[in-house]
Write a protein that binds this ligand. Structure first.
Ligand SMILES: NC(=[NH2+])NCCC[C@H](N)C(=O)O
Ligand SMILES: [Mn+2]
Ligand SMILES: [Mn+2]
Length: 357
């Protein structure tokens, strides 16, 4: 047989499904909802097609209908129990009052539930869902969706932050700092919602999440701004985390190998490479590389370190889900916005097979 004959399945282009999520309800700063719009306008779809992907994108998701059903249904009996500490009223409103100090709990929950269905639907068809945020609370949706389609998947969470606060530990009440705790079903959340009485037309926020993410199934890379309560949670649950200190000590190459080894060592089926969901918060990068983001923290990943993570995960062949979150085109000047959007696009390309040579 001639070596030029390539099996059909290798020639057939793989399909990536762009899940555009213009959503900002998990944090107070306006503009992060414009992230996915800018990423697509910068030509991401075309760029992925040039890499050989068949790209499905039929517009950004509209969450207006969710807002509408929420605002027209009667507000349930969870009266706001605390006023928000920072006097931030931009994201709370009469139809979605805080629960404890959690802001927009009903909206975030419903939007993520929707995202979970969309992501799981794509994944079950064998497509690669690429979710563009939007704030990182959306990862409750994307990771629920991935785990629904690939129950054995592990998560690599690249971020300056651990996003694992519970209702008992969060100081900000911003749910984008909490998604991992809901995915794991941590205690501090159960209590917060235990005496919640939903009205007949609503349901307890986040009750739809199957808390199936095991502490051994996630690895962090890039951490450098972890709240005291989060540090406790990471320790108590034995969660693997590589901070910037570890990146400095071992180098990014070694860190990614250790992260992959950790996930595969905890694989239920040790003969099979574990599917990987990569959730990339652009604030993992140093603010000099990605300035336009809501919670920048200095001392972050370099341009190459960020891209290396994506390239190496692509090389494993195990990527089944990708998030690119927290690009906020309303922050910083035009040049910074362009730079951040461009870096967001190139991270996605690297995770989808772009190579340097
Ligand atoms: N996805 C993010 N950018 N999260 C930032 C979280 C910051 C802080 N730990 C909080 O809980 O409010
Ligand atoms: Mn972050
Ligand atoms: Mn994050």
């Amino acid at each position: 047989m001639s070596s030029e004959i390539i099996p059909q399945f290798l020639k057939a282009p793989k399909t990536a499904s762009i899940v555009g999520c213009p959503f900002s309800g998990g944090q107070p700063k306006l503009g992060v909802d414009k992230g996915p719009i800018h990423l697509v306008e910068a030509g991401l779809v075309n760029q992925l097609e040039e890499l050989g992907w068949n790209v499905k994108f039929d517009g950004h998701h509209q969450f207006e209908d969710i807002k509408f059903t929420l605002s027209s249904s009667s507000v349930d009996s969870a009266a706001p129990t605390a006023s928000s500490a920072d006097n931030d009223t931009s994201t709370s409103n009469h139809w979605d009052p805080p629960i404890g100090i959690l802001k927009n709990p009903r909206l975030v929950s419903r939007v993520c539930e929707e995202v979970a269905k969309v992501v799981s639907g794509h994944a079950k068809k064998g497509e690669l869902p690429v979710t563009l945020g939007g704030d990182h609370s959306l990862a409750m949706g994307t990771i629920s969706g991935t785990l629904d389609a690939h129950p054995e998947a592990g998560v690599i969470w690249v971020d300056a932050h651990a996003d694992i606060n519970t209702a008992a530990t969060t100081e900000s009440g911003n749910i984008h700092g909490m998604p991992v705790s809901f995915l794991m079903g941590l205690d501090g959340n159960q209590q917060a919602f235990s005496n919640f009485n939903p009205s007949p037309s609503s349901q307890t926020p986040f009750a739809w999440i199957k808390p199936v993410l095991k502490p051994s199934s996630i690895v962090y890379i890039g951490l450098r701004d972890v709240d005291a309560g989060e540090k406790k949670i990471l320790k108590q649950n034995g969660i693997k985390a590589f901070s910037m200190h570890d990146v400095d000590r071992y180098g990014i190459g070694k860190v990614v190998e250790m992260a992959l080894d950790h996930l595969n060592a905890n694989n239920a089926n040790p003969d099979k490479l574990r599917p990987i969901h990569l959730s990339f918060d652009v604030d993992a990068l140093d603010p000099s590389v990605a300035p336009s983001t809501g919670t920048p923290v200095r001392g972050g990943l370099t341009f190459r370190e960020g891209h290396y993570i994506c390239e190496r995960i692509w090389e494993t062949g195990a990527l089944v889900g990708l998030d690119l979150m927290e690009v906020n085109p309303s922050l910083e000047d035009d040049i910074s916005v362009k730079q951040t959007v461009a870096v967001g696009c190139s991270l996605v390309r690297s995770a989808l097979g772009e190579t340097l040579l």
